[in-house]
Design a protein around this ligand. Sequence first.
Ligand code: BGC
Ligand code: NOJ
Length: 812
Amino acid sequence: MKYGYFDDTKREYVITQPDTPLPWLNYMGSQAYFGLISNTAGGYSFYRDARLRRLTRYRYNNAPLDMGGRYIYLRDDNKATFWSPSWQPTRNKLDHYTCRQGLGYTTISSTYAQIEASTRYFVPLDETLEIWELNLSNQRNETAALSIFSSIEFCLWDAQDDATNYQRNFNTGQVEIEAGIIYHKTEYRERRNHFAYFACSEALTGFDTQREAFLGPYRAWDNPQVVEQGQAGNSEAHGWSPIGSHHVKVKLEPGETRRIIFLLGYYENPPDQKFDPPNSQIINKQGVKPIITHYLNGDHVQTAFAALASYWDKLLAKFQVATPNEHTNRMVNLWNAYQCMVTFNLSRSASFFESGIGRGMGYRDSNQDLLGFVHKIPDRARERILDIAATQLESGGAYHQYQPLTKKGNDAIGSNFNDDPLWLVLSVTAYLKESGDGNILDEMVPYDNQAGSEQPLYEHLQRSMQYTLERLGPHGLPLIGRADWNDCLNLNAFSAQPGESFQTTTNKEGKVAESVFIAGLFVLAANEMAALARVRNLDAEVRHYQDVAKTMQSTIMEHGWDGSWFLRAYDDFSDKVGSKSCAEGQIFIEPQGMCIMAGIGLESGEAQQALQAVNEHLATPHGIVLHQPAYSKYYLHLGEISSYPPGYKENAGIFCHTNPWIMIAEALLGNGNMAHDYYLRINPSAREVIGDIHRSEPYVYPQMIAGRDAATFGEAKNSWLTGTAAWNYVAITHWILGIRPTYKGLQVAPVIPQEWPGFEASRIFRGVTYKISVKRGGPGNKVSLTVEGQAIEGNVIPLLDKSEVIVEAMLW
Ligand code: BGC
Ligand code: NOJ
């Protein structure tokens, strides 16, 4: 069952019924001002930090679902009836409804009682405001007398405090209303120099800024008293809960259309120019007024919207493909690329599953996210790398998270996730291959943001590697620390107290439990370091990294191979995790993917064996589960992984982040059919037809799909903010389509399904547009390349001094 359809030409997903199984989300904003918006206009906005600068309130886990948003009410003033054109919050049955989720914008359109209403919400580039552009049209044969009420609920800035500290917060709320514009200025009198504003393009009949005055006592958003009665109360908030609502009356002749613009924005005044007059408590509006005037003009709104579209044109043009598979095309060309940009902007902070007050930027998450957007915005990737590296510790270790506003490591969660440092090697080398910007390695970057501790970025990479080598366990495998990629495999926690954080509880010294996954990741990173050293002609370094990779590889083969697959770990008793000998959790996906990506067992046959085991034990029609059998009870020595009911999250869920590792492994072994088959199993567009099972958005990856042990097998959760976005993008573009950057040029080495006759791709790499046409001449994966009509040796296109290069690839 489907709840809409893809409009590929318009680059939109069109939702055709408002009551989707879950709110289906989209994002607005690309730099500093962001908004989450659902298909029924639910969601909220913030400036830079979803916790500390929250503009609007949202109540998570509410009933009904998805309450709080950018709501407009329409009222037929002759009949005294009202409805929400976005369905929520009144939920009247609409005669027609669509929500078009696009790139950085959402348009919700509906018809009710022959009044058509369409609202396009977006954030203009480089602005700290959002626009709601409402178009109303009267399809009746008679004049319609309508009242329009806008509504938002202000958050008192710090979303965490706002949701908990009522004894203070019910007293601090302040607003100003001037010339029809509502200003939210809570705490502006003292330590803040920012405020929010909510403006409307029309002359107002009235306004409201006090929530209870607008809603009426004991009423909710689905039935505000003011809307019911058709008259704003002109209420002024003093404490309690400030809101913004405009009341506009319009008369529409038959067939007449009217555009009304609402602006919600954020503005900062210089601290010494906060007030006007200076000795008053009135907001100085000189800076913000011209911005408001500008965007209340419909023509300027159109220009801003067109600019947003061309921004996306440019980003998406970096990689476009035409393959025989529409789900592949859609995700690569549009939605997966878009999701990668959203994970770049928001990391794991704000979605409908991340409340915006929890996590900062993850060290491992941000490094992996970079793999998915580095080709689109190399300059910002460079900045991101330097930010991340500046939080690294002198030991080479890493804070598990850092805060986006301060860019400092987060002490509360601390360090000792022993995989963390190694991901920096993957992100930096990905950036170098993409950009060719070797200078970044000489950038002086501090440790733990401490002035005076600066060392070249290259030294940071070396210390990352050294960190692992200095922390080896009894078998010579890397010690796991608090956890590795799998945050829930807590082999040193032994947590028995309810409410303790599995992430930070450590009851064991940590000198025994080892991770085969980190061992594989280490080999992969060491291979990258060796290749980098080779490019820089550092022969001794090349040998060093080759040696340590080799040693770790033999250790893995000796102590990390279970006979038919790679072992997962050794626990604190030095017992095996992820072995045939275990009662539960006999085989795990992560070490299979990671060790094979590191090249282990490729020649000697173990890789093929491990993939066979994955296929037999872990693969399902909905994707590949994390491990089998699921843990049926809590194991003190394993930690959070066994806290989840079987089939959910890290306890044998289909953790989509890991599936692309297996796709890449299959591609490395030349199995294009299998790689693409796994790719399609979790491809959201391919799962659109089973929307009633999948339930999440069909246009973005979820973090998790319930595994075969779960009662809701196939149900997706935690959409949008997940490392799944970047890794699937890498798997399909670099390894299945096989177009990947190298130090020497763009490599073309597709491992595609046998039935594909070929595909076309356009890739912008280091400023050059490569037009690549791949044709299948035989069943294999061997490639013959012709560049600008000339046959070349190998499969790497040499760097040419041209703006466009035509490449033909023959597969045989
Ligand atoms: C989740 C993990 C997540 C961790 C981070 C756990 O509860 O299951 O997926 O990585 O929290 O805080
Ligand atoms: C989500 C976290 O953000 C990520 O860092 C981790 O690797 C996965 N969960 C698996 O636990």
